[in-house]
Write a protein that binds this ligand. Sequence first.
Ligand code: NAD
Ligand code: DAU
Length: 335
Amino acid sequence: MKILICGGAGFIGSNFILYLAEKYPDYNIINLDKLNYAANLKNVKKLEGSANYKFIKGDICDKNLVFDLVKDVDVVVNFAAETHVDRSIMDSSIFIKSNVQGTQVLLEAAKEYDKRFHHISTDEVFGALGPDDPSFDEMTPYNPRNPYSASKAAADHLVRAYFHTFKVPVTISNCSNNYGPYQFPEKIIPLFICNLFEDKKVPVYGDGQQIRDWIHVDDHVRGIDMIIHKGKEGETYCLGGKDSEITNLYLTKTLIQLMDKDDSYIEYVKDRPGHDRRYSIDYGKIASEMGWEPLIGFKDGLRSTVDWYQNNKNWIDDVRSGDYRDYYKKQYINR
Ligand code: NAD
Ligand code: DAU
């Protein structure tokens, strides 16, 4: 099988490529990534030079390039996106371009050449849950509430529209919060790990009682593998973690304990505007149709993630470029 991975130099995309290359050594993998601030080709360095792997630096909005690539593959998997909510609150324009327009270009190519298209989406498109609401599932209406999730929702609607209107063979997965190796240290878990390494406090937004449904990236990529091989065209699948419903404060305190610090490292800072209170996923559909379930418990996953960052401090130094330092100042100084 020849497979085009878009956004394969980012966190989840690179974990997916490493997983695919190991499980299916005969697959041909093409990695198309524009290499934005969150990308790092070192994530997939071990595949460099391998006959079955090729990296192409380019933008999913570039129609000529995308059409050329899609023509020659069997499956397209789209991870490429701007992904950080706080950045979308600072400036949403690139989110609309990459997440919406980029997806539309990929869909046009998939339509032209009748190619299988899997789109990686998020649970944030469903909005926020109240304390007693049932978990999100595939029937939950869309209600995005920040510019990032609005752009992801727009992309999902396009994917669904291309199935209904043109019969493009698509699937979508809506996954909850991922953590694990190679995650850029702007998201809460790697940010807090890096701060604690440097003996800095960790900035908890608002009261820290927001709930996220944490899934280890290894569980997520296993689910994507099942969907591209066994998923039904036109369908959506929700994926979530093993110990869902974790408050940010519980996460922070668990991390602090794992890293031999104490609660004096917690700094409560101004809340994120429009901060979604609770996410939770019901993954019953993919469990019953394909036998997928998350296997990695939160504490075990968090411990191995801390170990990974501990053993890969060069990786952290590499990604914390000038751009990262400017962003950190804008986001956290005087908050
Ligand atoms: P990331 O920010 O680490 O990586 C995104 C990658 O996409 C980067 O390598 C970047 O260079 C590339 N990219 C961005 N715009 C591009 C463009 N126009 N053309 C080509 N490449 C482009 O993100 P991630 O956390 O790995 O997320 C991957 C996907 O999974 C995204 O679609 C995201 O919405 C979705 N998702 C993420 C999470 C999470 O918790 N991280 C959860 C659910 C869904
Ligand atoms: O739910 C899936 C989504 O999870 C993905 O679609 C997004 O791409 C991904 O970024 C993530 O979004 P969140 O906004 O939930 O992740 P983030 O790590 O930014 O924040 C997690 C929670 O922690 C959230 O409630 C905000 C809070 N937070 C975050 C940061 C960066 C803090 O309290 N302090 C911080 O410094």
